[in-house]
Design a protein around this ligand. Structure first.
Ligand code: E4P
Length: 218
């Protein structure tokens, strides 16, 4: 499973990129707003930190507007992935952009049929939003499962990018189902490494080690 971080905070991205565990970044208009920075400037900086795909979202709602904005965003860097909403115009733009050789991420997916359409439009990634479905008492993970089945049935190459992840369990469940990528907020990504027994184990080993009076390499 690939890990993307879901943020436009360059300090968080830099810290996670240094671990060597980060495969890409996703942003959206709300995350750009949260960063307080200019979209072009911050996205360019992010593209320089990670080699993998960096999703930048269009805000136009019509096909022509989306294509115009996509052309501007695509010029930022070679690793830009154009993020498009799951609407008829978004799918039309997705088809045109993927045919032109761009990476695309179709976002705001809440049903298996929407995901089927995105795959037919040639999307590089489909982003089903788990957390926002869970918020409505609808099982977001069931959607990931349905999309996995449909894509495997027809051998669609579109990657399932599990999005709107809120918990470490969401990551585990999505990995068990076989989602290709998870885009995860920085704090949740960092929480994946945590286990109290790991901390307790280290504490015990270090206490015993101190009693030996030894040092490794000197
Ligand atoms: C994905 O690309 C989106 O940016 C993100 O996962 C949305 O998450 P939210 O529902 O927590 O806003």
């Amino acid at each position: 499973m690939e890990f993307f971080v879901d943020t436009a905070d360059v300090n968080e991205i830099r810290e996670l990129a240094e671990t060597g565990l980060l495969d890409g970044v996703t942003t959206n208009p709300s995350l750009i707003m949260k960063s307080g920075r200019d979209i072009m400037e911050v996205t360019k900086e992010i593209c320089g930190i990670v080699d993998g795909p960096v999703s930048a979202e269009v805000t136009a709602l019509d096909y022509e507007g989306m294509m115009r904005e996509a052309a501007v965003l695509a010029k930022i860097a070679d690793n830009i992935c154009i993020k498009l909403p799951l609407t008829m115009d978004g799918l039309k733009a997705c088809k045109a952009l993927t045919s032109d050789g761009h990476k695309t991420n179709v976002t705001l997916c809440f049903s298996a049929n929407q995901a089927l359409l995105a795959a037919k439009a040639g999307a590089t990634y489909i982003s089903p939003f788990i957390g926002r479905l869970d918020d409505m008492a609808i099982d977001g993970m069931e959607l990931i499962e349905d999309i996995r089945t449909i894509y495997d049935n027809y051998d669609f190459k579109t990657k399932i990018l599990a999005a709107s992840i809120r918990t470490v369990n969401h990551v585990k469940e999505a990995a068990l189902i076989g989602a290709d990528v998870a885009t995860v907020p920085p704090s949740t990504l960092k929480a994946l490494v945590k286990h109290p027994l790991t901390d307790k184990g280290i504490e015990g080993f270090l206490a015993d080690w101190a009693k030996t009076g030894q040092k490794i390499g000197g």
